[in-house]
Design a protein around this ligand. Structure first.
Ligand SMILES: Cc1ncc(COP(=O)(O)O)c(C=O)c1O
Length: 392
């Protein structure tokens, strides 16, 4: 009955775990959820007010397909201010969330049999988008700290390489690529003439003294090959508002607009006005959220490493820890499934990110929840290892 195209697509496992956990919660079970890829903070007040104002002033009709000029200008100003990138508004498109921008980029650029270099572990939707575009995924394993290097990329380049996907900082690993490697990767892209899809949705979530570097900012040649994709979802706790954007080569952006014109049309008018305020308004809420996440990050990392059989590399960015659970001797799917059923803690199996030795935990939740969840994981893992030892 179904088209081949959708038969090959797996549903988003992160969303599936999240909804199963929420269902258990509804049934009255006391579940600790580490599955969600969204901040637990509320959208800041000034942004909500901007949306209310948009409704009252009747900003409720169709907008230009590729977004209102005010929002495109706010994105251009943001890219200049924070990333040292110069884009005109014809080089920017507003979409229904970052995911929609990424999908449109894949559809606009990739043809059947084009090769796309995808660093592992990867955010699960990239893989499905590449498949939908009928392109070929070329996986490349990052180093022992999950960092991508130019050497790793170079080994995968062929004549068919059309695109490299960069997700920096990374979901699920939290790794941040070293600046000198970003420069070398940019050189490789220019020398070998392939596109870079730079997903910078977690750019503000970098802990410590490092600052985010957009690969597009490293010169005119690499800028022309790169499409930068981002969104207001994570930075401004606006996951439900569905506003993302992309900036890049005019031709690609125009093709993305054409796709949008026959699929979603414009993103919600009200949410677009809220996003204008998010990008142009005060940025204090971002700093507050990141400092809270930093405390949680350190706490979760420390607690995970105190559990026998689990080891976790310190995540430097995003809001996920990606511990290695392979010593426990079960697959990541079994680990996540049993942990949810037996200890009421939701984590995402690493297999959906290309690594069965790991699970992903989001620390976008309160310290109290992190403590409760990790107490349970520790107890469950200790019982599990004791049971395995008894079997032996
Ligand atoms: C790596 C990455 N890119 C893009 C997105 C898309 O976010 P949104 O569609 O909410 O903007 C997500 C969300 O989880 C993500 O983790």
């Amino acid at each position: 009955m179904l088209a081949q195209r959708v038969r090959n697509i797996a549903p988003s496992a992160t969303l599936a775990i999240d909804s199963k956990a929420k269902q258990l919660k509804k049934e009255g079970k006391d579940v600790v959820i580490f599955g969600a890829g969204e901040p637990d903070f509320n959208t800041p007040e000034n942004i909500k007010q901007a949306a209310i104002k948009a409704i009252i002033s009747n900003q409720t009709r169709y907008t230009p397909i590729d977004g209102i000029p005010e929002l495109k200008q706010a994105v251009a100003n943001k890219l200049k201010r924070e990333n040292n990138l110069d884009y005109g508004i014809s080089e920017i498109i507003i979409s229904c969330g970052g995911k929609h921008s990424l999908y449109n980029i894949a559809m606009a650029v990739l043809d059947k049999d084009d090769e796309v270099i995808l660093p592992v572990p990867y955010w699960t939707s990239y893989s499905e988008m590449i498949k939908l575009a009928e392109a070929t995924q070329i996986f490349c394993k990052t180093d022992e700290r999950f960092k991508l290097t130019a050497d790793i990329v170079e080994q995968k380049i062929t004549e068919k390489t059309k695109m490299l996907i960069l997700n920096n900082p990374s979901n699920p690993s939290g790794a941040v690529i070293e600046p000198q490697e970003i420069k070398k990767i940019a050189r490789l892209a220019v020398e070998n003439n392939f596109y870079v899809l730079s997903d910078e949705v977690y750019e503000h979530f970098i802990y410590g003294s490092d600052r985010h570097i957009s690969i597009a900012s490293l010169g005119a040649d690499i800028k022309d090959l790169t499409t930068v994709s981002s969104s207001v979802s994570k930075t401004y706790a606006m996951t439900g508002w569905r506003i993302g954007y992309a900036a890049g080569n005019k031709e690609i952006i125009k093709a993305m607009g054409n796709l949008q014109s026959h699929s979603t049309s414009n993103p919600t008018s009200i949410a677009q006005w809220a996003a204008v305020e998010a990008l142009n308004g005060p940025q204090d809420s971002v700093k507050e959220m990141i400092s809270a996440f930093d405390e949680r990050r350190r706490f979760m990392h420390k607690r995970l490493n105190e559990i026998d059989g689990i080891s976790c590399i310190e995540p430097e960015g995003a809001f996920y820890a990606f511990p290695d659970i392979s010593e426990i001797g079960i697959s990541s799917t079994e680990f996540a499934g049993r942990l949810l059923n037996e200890a009421l803690v939701a984590v995402v199996p690493g297999i959906v990110f290309g690594s069965d030795n790991h699970v992903r935990l989001s620390y976008a939740t309160s310290i109290h929840e992190i403590e409760r969840g990790l107490d349970r994981i520790e107890k469950w893992v200790n019982q599990k290892t004791a049971a395995i030892e008894n079997e032996i």
